[in-house]
Design a binder for this molecule. Sequence first.
Ligand SMILES: Nc1ncnc2c1ncn2[C@@H]1O[C@H](COP(=O)(O)OP(=O)(O)OP(=O)(O)O)[C@@H](O)[C@H]1O
Length: 247
Amino acid sequence: MTNTDFVLSVEDLTVSFDGFKAIDSLNLYVDQNELRVIIGPNGAGKTTLLDLICGKTRASAGSIKFKNSEMTKLPEYQIVRSGIGRKFQTPSIYENLSVFQNLEVSFPRGRGVFGALFFKRSDEVKAQVQAVAAEIGLEAQLDTEAGLLSHGQKQWLEIGMLLMQDPELLMLDEPIAGMSVRERELTAELLQRICKGRAMIVIEHDMEFVKRIADKVTVMHQGKILAEGSMEKVQADPRVIDVYLGH
Ligand SMILES: Nc1ncnc2c1ncn2[C@@H]1O[C@H](COP(=O)(O)OP(=O)(O)OP(=O)(O)O)[C@@H](O)[C@H]1O
């Protein structure tokens, strides 16, 4: 395979913090329509890897190619515009705005919250809000103030805000943390639904959830990739059991 076949190609990526290599000569390739899950012990470098891909942290060396374009020198907003969306662990929704308004302000038009509120809603934006609300299961809550949603619904809304930009690569850091059993089930269905037509990278610790959603699992340890493949394959790998699953 050549690089052009992958939506994301990370090669020899390294980042040092005061001489400590949090990411150490790492290679990672993600396909179109793939839902990749990254697992590994605390401090393995999982969050740092996502920080590097979205431009929040600058690489010390190596390359990150998205659709064959180099991302390592671009500012964060240009990486977002290129089609990479990232959800952090803590929700960053506008609690005082309705679900509709939260989705509306996320429509990529380069205008801020207040600008968006005073603009006349175009049919295009409304249609996109409706479609995304249906996808995240919040159609009935469009007029609800976001602050009144359940924890799970807030997480889904934030995913919806990212979907408004129709990213080709969506990255989620522990999306089911704090969710009820039912919310976890619905989130698994949601992720499988929205993965169609885009690639996704999800960091997760809950192995039942990983088993359910992952096309392929990457196990990280000490800034490197320890193992990669199907859930069955990595689960049976003695090195993975030793550093992570056996604990
Ligand atoms: N900005 C920073 N400055 C210094 N050290 C950092 C910085 N960011 C991350 N690290 C260190 O890099 C290592 C990897 O951290 P990271 O948060 O990426 O791990 P993780 O695999 O996401 O762990 P967890 O599962 O606990 O979230 C840790 O030892 C962390 O302390």
